[in-house]
Design a protein around this ligand. Structure first.
Ligand code: UD1
Length: 418
């Protein structure tokens, strides 16, 4: 299994091109199963997850290609009506296939995704809404077996009992081919959901949104259209925190500040300095890093759970009893024991981690556990003295395109080893 070796400390200095958003790419690539025709989707990051999704779609019979950050669909149809355990197990996001496939084809069978290291992550919200839309669902031998009863899905007036990014995407896609007008309340409004809506609308869907309500007027068919994926706000936020933690100075290209409004406000309070160079290029620097007393993760536009672990790592040498509360996932502190290996002083109580300042951190051998937790280990390694070995970096390769090359370009002593 591949690992990376980082020799610290380092201060990030240079330029980073932010990649396209992974979490926008996956549902948009999936949503192409809804529509006829051909298209090119640009700015798709070349990651383990996007490559993996291409193999899932190919396995289902879709005619798709992925080269040089462009995902291409050529007049494609699903011929195999089952997404196997081996695939779904490795990428939870594949559950989002269910809504669009069942909207266009009568039957589909998909393995239950199960839990993952950050929590149980049910799919009850997805299934409940699909049942209301006229899909017969049975769980058999670890698979969700879905069958549409009528010639089209039925439009619904539905309030999600909890805000879920995946369930919102799944049901918006399904509703786009349903008979009638669906009103979906308490929806996720993450920029990745909005990018999906924009793509679907460009393909002929009729979707409007206001606050947390999304109204989908079902159409007869969708026709694929080209699209550019938005920049990855989580990748950008991760490198921002690495820049701050290491008191660096970095120019970010392909950066979209509007998708990171609240994190940027918090980071400025912590000492981040921002200089706009053009509409998509910004220079970020931080000479003095301040602590932040209290912060909680929340659905967008709140502070993202996907930037929680990296924030904890950034605070390790400044946090005077700073508290970070995780509200989205019940088990998203798996990075804490790993961060302690660097000498961090962290206490967990229920959903909150308390970070106490330490003057020095020392490189250690650690293990990557999930995509975002893994980046917190990168930040810790950069601000530690000596050598850090991060094992199981396939987690980083799932979510951070060329992370080792980008960090190297900014002066970090990092090497990938087999
Ligand atoms: C997406 C993102 C992930 C991010 C998360 C929250 C992708 C590919 N992944 O994941 O990076 O961390 O949003 O911003 O876009 N839940 C249920 N029942 C359900 C569905 C969800 O209880 O049917 C719960 C989950 O366990 C979790 C919460 O709802 O506690 C939010 O999860 P959700 O927004 O669905 O996350 P994902 O879409 O899986």
């Amino acid at each position: 299994m591949q690992k990376v070796v980082i020799i610290g400390p380092a201060s990030l200095k240079g330029e980073i091109d932010i990649s396209g958003s992974k979490n926008a790419s996956l549902p948009i690539m999936i949503s192409t199963v809804l529509a006829k025709g051909s298209c090119l989707i640009g700015n798709v990051p070349n990651l383990r997850d996007t490559r993996f999704l291409v193999s899932i779609l190919k396995d289902l019979g879709c005619k798709v290609d992925f080269k040089k950050n462009i995902f291409a669909v050529h007049n494609s149809n699903i011929t195999k009506k089952s997404a196997d355990y081996e695939y779904v197990r490795q990428m939870r996001a594949s559950i989002v296939l269910l809504g669009p496939v069942i909207a266009r084809y009568k039957k589909f069978k998909i393995a239950l995704p199960g839990g993952c290291s950050i929590g149980t992550r049910g799919i009850d919200l997805h299934l409940k809404a699909l049942k209301l839309m006229g899909v017969k669902i049975s769980i058999r031998n670890g698979y969700v077996e879905a069958e549409r009863k009528l010639s089209k899905l039925i439009a619904i007036n539905h309030k999600f009992s909890k805000i879920s990014v995946g369930a919102t995407q799944n049901i918006v896609m399904a509703a786009s081919l349903a008979k009638g007008k669906s009103t979906l309340k308490n929806c996720a409004i993450e920029p990745e959901v909005i990018d999906l809506i924009n793509f679907l609308n460009n393909c002929g869907a009729k979707i409007k949104f206001s606050k947390r309500t999304i109204i989908v007027d079902g159409v007869e068919y969708l026709e694929l259209n080209n699209h550019e994926i938005i920049p990855d706000r989580i990748e950008a936020g991760s490198y921002l925190l690495a820049t701050m933690a290491s008191k660096g100075k970095v120019i970010f290209n392909n950066f979209k500040p509007d998708d990171l409004t609240l994190p940027l406000e918090k980071y400025k309070l912590m000492g981040l300095k921002v200089k706009k160079l053009s509409n998509s290029s910004y220079q970020f620097s931080c000479n003095k890093l301040n602590t932040i007393k209290k912060i909680s993760t929340k659905e967008y536009p709140g502070y993202p759970t996907d930037l929680q672990a990296q924030l904890v790592a950034t605070l390790l040498k400044v946090g005077q009893k700073s508290k970070v509360t995780e509200n989205i996932f019940e088990n998203r502190f798996i990075h804490i024991p790993e961060l302690r290996r660097f000498g961090a002083n962290l206490k967990i109580k229920d959903k909150t981690v308390e970070i106490n300042k330490v003057n020095d951190l020392y490189g250690a051998e650690v293990m990557a556990t999930d995509i975002r937790a893994s980046f917190s280990l990168i930040i810790a390694a950069i601000i530690s003295k000596g050598t850090t070995v991060i094992n199981r970096i396939y987690h980083l390769d799932r979510g951070y395109e060329d992370f080792d090359l980008k960090l190297k370009k900014c002066g970090v002593n990092i090497k990938r080893k087999k």
